[in-house]
Design a binder for this molecule. Structure first.
Ligand SMILES: C[S@@+](CC[C@H](N)C(=O)[O-])C[C@H]1O[C@@H](n2cnc3c(N)ncnc32)[C@H](O)[C@@H]1O
Length: 220
């Protein structure tokens, strides 16, 4: 009897924190967003100002939560790609896109070494992934994003934000200290400016504990 084993590749080396429990990931996000995952995804691609016909790369794409609605937004005349070092996450993302009959270029890869030529994309999205990187990797990854963006291209980062209220600020501080991390999406503005991004804006809107930063690469 011939048996076909579909063993997954081993992940590339990275200091980033991988998620390997891919089959449960979407359900966990749904719980954390209190059932509003779809709204979060729509808010994210709206904030990235994605338009029909554009090319978009989703870094640390996971199961394609942002990549898939982004592919629907840019449509068949556009191009959507997603990279993640976790083979399990990429496998789930590919099967979700296949079920929807959507063409998305999902690849196993790392943000610190993006497998695309300079100036490939109109927009890059990074959703809930920057806090998975060490500060050194954030610097390298953001430089790579800058490289693969076209002049005038946009980067939208959605990630945890430092809460505004006194009580939540204290809770966030305690959790962050306990886990040895200090991260709010607004902490990235300095890194973004150093990488060369021109317009770097922390958006006013928030979604639960998440904030958004939109940065633009200088036009040629
Ligand atoms: C919390 S998940 C976010 C997934 C997806 N973007 C979303 O919004 O649901 C963070 C992802 O970052 C990925 N990751 C970790 N290190 C990475 C790296 N060096 N480069 C790219 N992605 C990385 C993990 O494997 C994981 O899938």
């Amino acid at each position: 009897m011939i048996t076909h084993t579909h063993s997954l590749e081993s992940p590339p080396r990275t200091d980033g924190l991988l998620i390997r429990w891919a089959p449960f990931y979407d359900s966990v996000v749904d719980v954390l967003t209190l059932g509003h995952t779809r709204r979060l995804r729509n808010v994210t691609i709206d904030a990235a100002l994605l338009d029909v016909g554009e090319s978009v790369l989703d870094v640390g794409c996971g199961t394609g939560g942002v990549t898939i609605p982004a592919a629907e937004r840019v449509g068949p005349r556009g191009l959507a790609a997603g990279i993640d070092p976790s083979p399990e996450m990429i496998a789930v993302a590919r099967s979700k896109a296949d079920r929807l009959n959507l063409k998305v270029d999902f690849r196993i890869g790392v943000i610190e070494s993006l497998p695309y030529p300079d100036g490939s994309f109109d927009a890059v999205t990074s959703s809930l992934m920057m806090h998975h990187l060490t500060p050194e990797l954030q610097v390298k990854g953001i430089a790579e994003i800058y490289r693969v963006l076209k002049p005038g291209g946009r980067l939208l980062i959605a990630d945890t934000t430092i809460p505004r209220g006194f009580f939540l600020k204290r809770v966030f501080g305690l959790i962050a200290r306990r886990h040895g991390v200090k991260f709010g999406v607004e902490d990235l503005t300095g890194v973004l400016k150093s990488a060369g991004f021109a317009g770097v804006n922390v958006l006013e809107m928030r979604f639960l504990m998440l904030g958004f930063v939109l940065a633009t690469k200088q036009s040629a």
